[in-house]
Write a protein that binds this ligand. Structure first.
Ligand code: ATP
Length: 378
């Protein structure tokens, strides 16, 4: 159990951060910039973001494996900036299991406790407590080479929690596993977290993993925190265009539009298309004629309608996934995706009419990408 606080934390690597292709970024660029957040005791935090956004650097700084360039990190109000990793009372499990091959699972679990001089009967008690939590109690006599990927990762996590850390740090623990195994282990990690009540941080690029495990999500981009909130908050109320497009599968439609005022009210218009979509009335006090905005709407909030008042648009792609159909509709320079559970069939070129769930549309400033809020009770 522990509270973790990061205050204005920066990290600049000596040889500078690299971009996705391994090319150095600007020398004065930071891998992590002005990062501040607080994790409540016993919370489960998921750090999510694209490759290179600084997720692992953040976790490694918390673990004490990387020195911070500036800022302050506290565990339970104690500054840990200069504490050695072993003194931070942290459990770590990384993507690769790094189990000791010649040792049995039991010996792997016992290793750190033995090195600290913990008596054998206490080590046994600890292993008896932790092994069933991660379902490794049947594997204790086996060597790592005889284990599947999922079993190795279970042992890896069991080893991380055996010393009852205040803070458990998991870096992409499921990324080597296949789909079914990921789902099983995900559920087990969730159950384990409930039982051990240990503040846990998981770093992942997989939003399903983060959304299903964590009670709080931190989304990062280019070393900066974009949004911190519950899975529902970041899904339903993204603070900017980046978060809106990053969270959700299939991703939110983000269409650049210009507001047009007519006698019937305000409409979104799109370059190269006749399609006009009525601006929801709650936004009327914040839009004006000629304003450039990005309209965000999730594929499940776009519907095919037979209302003659809506503008027709052509189907570009139709896909049938069995449980849902996906349509891509050409809107000028863009494609607007919609998903439906209805058993419909369209072919490319079919003309359909669209309707949006106006309650679920989002507006973003075309230049800054920041979400545009509407006054409450309108
Ligand atoms: P991924 O999901 O691909 O693991 P990430 O979000 O965890 O990415 P980091 O590994 O934290 O990202 O990297 C953030 C930035 O810092 C990247 O630009 C990366 O190239 C750079 N970086 C990471 N480690 C080092 C290092 N040891 N030396 C120099 N630059 C580094």
């Amino acid at each position: 159990m522990a509270r973790l606080t990061l205050q204005n934390v920066y990290k600049r690597y000596e040889d500078g951060p690299k971009n996705f292709f391994g090319k150095p970024l600007k020398l004065n660029d930071y891998a992590v910039k002005d990062l501040s957040f607080a994790c409540k005791d016993r919370s489960f935090i998921g750090i999510l973001g694209p490759s290179g956004c600084g997720k692992s650097t953040t976790l490694r700084m918390i673990a004490g494996l990387e020195k911070i360039t500036d800022g302050k990190m506290l565990i339970d109000d104690i500054c840990i900036n200069d504490l050695l990793p072993k003194d931070r009372h942290i459990g770590l499990a990384f993507e690769d299991y790094a189990l000791y091959p010649p040792l049995s699972v039991y010996e792997n679990l016992a290793f750190n406790l033995k090195a600290k001089g913990v008596p054998a009967d206490e080590i046994k008690k600890s292993i008896d407590r932790v092994a069933p939590l991660l379902k490794v109690d049947e594997l204790l006599d086996m060597k790592p080479s005889a284990l599947s990927g999922g079993q190795k990762q279970r042992v890896n996590i069991a080893r991380a929690i055996i010393r009852q850390p205040g803070l458990l740090l998991l870096d992409e623990p499921l990324s080597h596993l296949d789909g079914k195994m990921r789902q099983t282990l995900r559920q087990e990690i969730k159950r384990m977290h409930r039982e051990i009540e240990c503040t846990t941080i998981i770093v992942t690029h997989d939003q399903i993993e983060a959304m299903s495990l964590a009670d709080t999500i931190i989304i990062m981009k280019d070393g900066e925190l974009q949004q911190m909130g519950s899975p529902l908050e970041v899904y339903d109320d993204p603070v900017n265009e980046f978060v809106a497009g990053f969270i959700g599968e299939p991703p939110m439609n983000l269409l650049h539009s210009v507001i047009v005022k007519t006698q019937e009210g305000f409409f979104f218009s799109f370059r190269g298309s006749d399609l006009r979509i009525q601006v929801p009335r709650r936004y009327y006090s914040v839009v004006s004629d000629g304003m450039k905005l990005t309209l965000g709407v999730r594929p499940m909030d776009v519907f095919v309608t037979d209302k003659a008042s809506s503008t027709p648009a052509p189907v570009a792609i139709y896909e049938n996934f069995g449980d849902e159909r996906r349509l891509s509709i050409r809107v000028g320079d863009y494609h607007l995706n919609l998903t439906t559970a209805d058993d419909v069939f369209y072919k490319s070129g079919d003309i359909i009419r669209l309707e949006f769930n106006s309650e679920k549309t989002h507006l973003f400033d075309a230049e800054t990408g920041a979400a545009i809020k509407y006054p409450e009770n309108t």
